[in-house]
Write a protein of this length. Structure first.
Length: 241
């Protein structure tokens, strides 16, 4: 029986067709795709292309497979999945271009998530490119600030960390700056951050924030006068109520 006739006949036997599809998934993706095309099952076609794109042996075909998946989802009117495929393709092309331009980036970027790609850019001191990347890929401010301050602290770049803390109002507050300084054994910088955090909390009339900073002060810097200064700030705010 010709293969085309076989495929048409087996449609009348659901159990047999299911077993044939299972066999094709394991041994013959081309035949599997032909079945999905025959059935107008666009989502299943797309899923097959995506699974193929994850196969390291087909790494050189990744672009074309993701493009095919996007086209299949378009036919199936799955706009969200179309967008996801297109974003993945955009990320892949960025990673490949960067690896080609930077010899020391070879085999480090392709396959990484948006988060990990941005982290790697920071680790390679590509600060301007990381900033552009986070805007292009809409990385939330909070996540980006965490990435940036952790990178600067781990790199012991305390001058840049201080500059970054003063760029604009921090979307994650100022206690993370204190924490990364302490985690990386810079008590002097942590104390400066505590003082700044106390001043900002006072300006914002945030008594709970002052109490939090004071608790950090008491546990990490019991010998400083900052705790007493915070007490005075709290009393002043309470007297205005």
């Amino acid at each position: 029986m010709p293969l085309g006739d076989f495929k048409m006949t087996i449609r009348n036997f659901p159990v047999a067709q299911s077993l044939y599809i299972k066999y094709c998934k394991e041994h013959n993706t081309q035949a599997l795709n032909e079945i999905y095309i025959q059935e107008d099952d666009f989502c299943a076609q797309a899923q097959t292309f995506i699974l193929e794109s994850l196969d390291e042996k087909k790494r050189h075909m990744k672009d074309s497979l993701l493009t095919a998946a996007s086209e299949a989802y378009k036919k199936g009117r799955k706009e969200l999945y179309v967008s996801m495929c297109d974003e993945t393709l955009k990320l892949l092309r960025f990673q490949r271009d960067f690896e080609e331009k930077q010899p020391n980036a070879k085999n480090k970027f392709i396959g990484k998530s948006v988060h990990d790609t941005c982290k790697l850019l920071l680790e390679m001191n590509e600060a301007k490119l990381a900033e552009k990347f986070r805007n292009d890929y809409k990385i939330p401010d909070k996540r980006y600030w965490w990435l940036k301050i952790n990178h600067l602290a781990q790199s012991k770049d305390w001058i840049e960390l201080e500059k970054f803390s003063k760029l604009k109002k921090s979307p994650i507050g100022y206690t993370p700056f204190i924490d990364v300084c302490l985690q990386n054994d810079n008590r002097q910088e942590a104390l400066k951050c505590l003082e700044e955090a106390a001043d900002i909390a006072f300006q914002q009339r945030d008594i709970q924030g002052l109490l939090y900073v004071q608790s950090k002060c008491s546990s990490q810097f019991p010998q400083t006068q900052l705790s007493e200064k915070i007490n005075a700030m709290i009393m002043q705010l309470e007297s205005r109520k």
